[in-house]
Design a protein around this ligand. Structure first.
Ligand code: SAM
Length: 338
């Protein structure tokens, strides 16, 4: 056994099925917590295979639940798997897996939104940002209400090279509502192109690797899921602070069906809006009549660089927030007409 473990050929011994585990430990899904479980181990194997080679890898699984994906990860030859699960009911079932894979599975009863993975794995795994990605992976199927805010937080961590990215360009394989997966990976000009597409693609190589039909889950959710693989880029496609990029992208997509100058204009106070929007678009060399969905990451790079220049010239500019102004005037975005 010891020899096979070093060679990375470990296989879990025969175990009760996930369905039996759910029965045995009374793990009925809690609808309010959006719990939907993957029971088909061929499917969880497929998701894990798509994460890339996990031989001798250190893997952080978020929200393991009854442990379907967990089993596939353990069978992929990992050095160590650390799981963080919020719902205490799943801990005994996970403990059973840990007993079946001695020394490989570490279980934390905690919340992925606050857990600090940067201190959890050996320092020796750390790589320079420009090197190949470290042998550290994040994998998970979380409720959609958690996975979307979490990816925004992790993208900001990518930009600062901290959190899970203190190890280097840690790869992530995460499940989202199919529509969100499509937005994350949408190319220029496509219907799904949105804020998320730019925020993800300026920092990472992003691939929609598998679509999982709703019926693969128990209980069946209302929508299908998409699994997305992220590899942080050695050099971000936009070299400006995350918050600045977020500001430009958020404003550009504010009126997604209008010409891009409409949304971008909201970067500026009303009194100077027309003139400053013109200056921004001219400096960036971007056609004002493009729709937000038609803007490439390169267009956004030029827009962010130009906006940065204008903020450097006018230090009050970055503090201006159109949404705050609307709130103060008691208006909604729709009731506001240019
Ligand atoms: N990964 C399992 C699977 O594919 O069968 C379970 C999926 S279920 C959709 C999501 C799991 O994430 C549940 O076990 C839930 O308790 C857990 N979870 C939800 N929010 C969490 C959080 N903030 N931190 C850790 N685990 C969380």
């Amino acid at each position: 056994m010891a020899a096979s473990r070093t060679l990375g050929t470990f296989r879990l011994p025969p175990l009760p099925t996930i369905r039996e585990i759910i029965k045995l430990f009374r793990l009925q899904a809690v609808k309010q917590l959006s719990q939907n479980f993957l029971l088909d181990l061929r499917l969880t194997d497929k998701i894990v295979r798509k994460a890339g080679s996990l031989t001798n890898a250190y893997v952080y699984e978020v929200g393991p639940g009854p442990g379907g994906i967990t089993r596939s990860i353990l069978n992929a030859g990992v050095a160590e798997l650390l799981v963080v699960e919020k719902d205490v009911r799943f801990i005994p079932g996970l403990q059973m897996l840990s007993d079946a894979a001695p020394g490989k599975l570490r279980i934390v009863h905690g919340d992925v939104l606050t857990f600090k993975i940067e201190n959890a794995f050996p320092e020796s795994l750390k790589r320079q940002w420009e090197d190949d990605p470290p042998n550290v992976h994040i994998i998970g199927n979380l409720p959609f209400s958690v996975s979307t805010p979490l990816i925004i937080k992790w993208l900001e961590n990518v930009s600062h090279r901290n959190g899970p990215f203190a190890y280097g360009r840690t790869q992530m394989t995460l499940t989202f509502q199919k529509e969100v997966a499509e937005r994350l990976t949408a190319s220029t000009g496509s219907k799904q192109r949105s804020r998320l597409s730019i925020m993800a693609q300026y920092l990472c190589d992003v691939q929609h690797i598998v679509t999982i039909p709703g019926q693969a889950f128990i209980p069946k959710p209302e929508v299908d899921s998409g699994v997305v693989h992220f590899t942080p880029l050695t050099r971000p496609r936009i070299e400006q602070p995350f918050r600045l990029v977020e500001r430009v992208v958020q404003n550009a997509f504010q009126f997604r069906r209008k010409y891009c100058h409409r949304g971008l204009g909201m970067l500026f106070p009303e009194a100077q809006r027309l003139e400053s929007t013109g200056k921004l678009l001219k400096l960036a060399d971007v056609d004002p009549t493009l729709r937000p969905t038609q803007l490439s990451v390169l267009h956004f790079k030029s827009l962010c660089d130009a906006y940065r220049k204008m903020c450097d010239e006018d230090p009050h500019l970055f503090a201006y927030n159109f949404r705050e102004e609307l709130k103060q005037k008691g208006m909604t975005r729709k009731s506001y007409r240019l």
